[in-house]
Design a protein around this ligand. Structure first.
Ligand SMILES: [Zn+2]
Length: 168
């Protein structure tokens, strides 16, 4: 399947055909409407090269920006939320967690990892807004504490990225 299909007698592409472009290959800046490939957008650290708009990013992107060669070891990565209160709003908490894990590929609202930043060891704890709005539960607390303990043990810096508010 070709990405662009043009009529022989014209240079315009019908909007119906534009939708055939696989999603995720292009990024359109919500501020200035500039369109670039997703790879180009990643190359500028998810900041619009035209107007400077900062896209909301998560731990995956922050780790790739901060850690040398994107190499790091995750800390307490196997922790997942329980449901001690059997909480339920419009959906049960258990179901909400399960759906979010599947949708985001994340296990909770924070990831913690140790790697090198410009050759120096550092532990980075990063909130993920994509995980129920960066919902802070017991796992976030446990991971944060495990990251601090690891930084003390390894005598290195501890950085916390407590993103993210909506753009105003
Ligand atoms: Zn822009």
């Amino acid at each position: 399947m070709s990405w662009f299909k043009r009529k022989i007698d014209g240079i315009t592409t019908k909007s119906k055909e534009k939708k055939e472009i696989p999603e995720g290959l292009w990024y359109k800046c919500p501020e200035c409407k500039n369109v670039v490939t997703s790879d180009e957008h990643a190359d500028t650290n998810w900041v619009c090269a035209k107007c400077g708009y900062h896209e909301k990013i998560g731990s995956r992107e922050y780790f790739s920006i901060l850690f040398d060669e994107n190499e790091f070891t995750e800390i307490a990565s196997n922790l997942t939320s329980g449901d001690p209160l059997s909480f339920k709003d419009t959906k049960s908490y258990k179901d909400r967690i399960k759906t979010t894990i599947t949708k985001t590929g994340l296990k909770d609202a924070m990831r913690v990892a140790r790697g090198k930043i410009n050759g120096l060891d550092a532990v980075v704890a990063c909130m993920d807004f994509a995980f129920i709005g960066g919902s802070m539960g017991s796992v976030v607390g446990a991971k944060f504490a495990a990251g601090v303990d690891d930084a003390i043990k390894n005598k290195c810096a501890f950085i916390c990225i407590s993103n993210q508010v909506e753009h105003v």
